[in-house]
Ligand binder design. Structure first.
Ligand code: 5GP
Ligand code: ZN
Length: 120
């Protein structure tokens, strides 16, 4: 699997070739606001290296995926999601065409804030 796919939208965002509104970054991850938010808080967290989807993950990705899931609640609170249990957030990871995935670079949606939301 390529580290970066020159034709991938999110690889271009990581490289700064396409502008985005940053939320957070470290060596492994980049988080940025979704261009079409469907909740008051709606951002995406992506690994900087190109992994097409959850369908391609292997045992070698266990550490990365663990760190991703630990990062999500921290960023959710920082970005204005209200505290659990009255608040909270939704994590969504669309995978493949039937899973509703449009951009084929692994990402999780983090959505939160007061309802109603646009979708769901
Ligand atoms: P998927 O359906 O693949 O899970 O979600 C892709 C998400 O990426 C969508 O929510 C869409 O709004 C967002 N998105 C698509 N293109 C761009 C872009 O160029 N910039 C940003 N910030 N978000 C994008
Ligand atoms: Zn990519």
């Amino acid at each position: 699997m390529l580290e970066h796919d020159p034709n991938c939208l999110f690889c271009k965002i990581v490289a700064g070739q396409i502008p985005s509104k940053p939320v957070y970054q470290d060596e492994e991850f980049y988080a940025f606001h979704d261009i079409h938010p469907s909740a008051p808080v709606h951002f995406l967290i992506i690994p900087k290296r190109h992994i097409p989807s959850m369908a391609q993950v292997t045992d070698a990705h266990a550490g990365l995926l663990g760190r991703l899931m630990v990062l999500a609640p921290k960023l959710a609170l920082q970005l204005g999601c209200n505290p659990y249990p009255a608040g909270g957030f939704r994590l969504l990871c669309n995978t493949g065409a039937e899973g509703g995935q449009e951009v084929h670079h692994l990402h999780i949606h983090v959505m939160g804030g007061p309802r109603p939301w646009l979708r769901g």
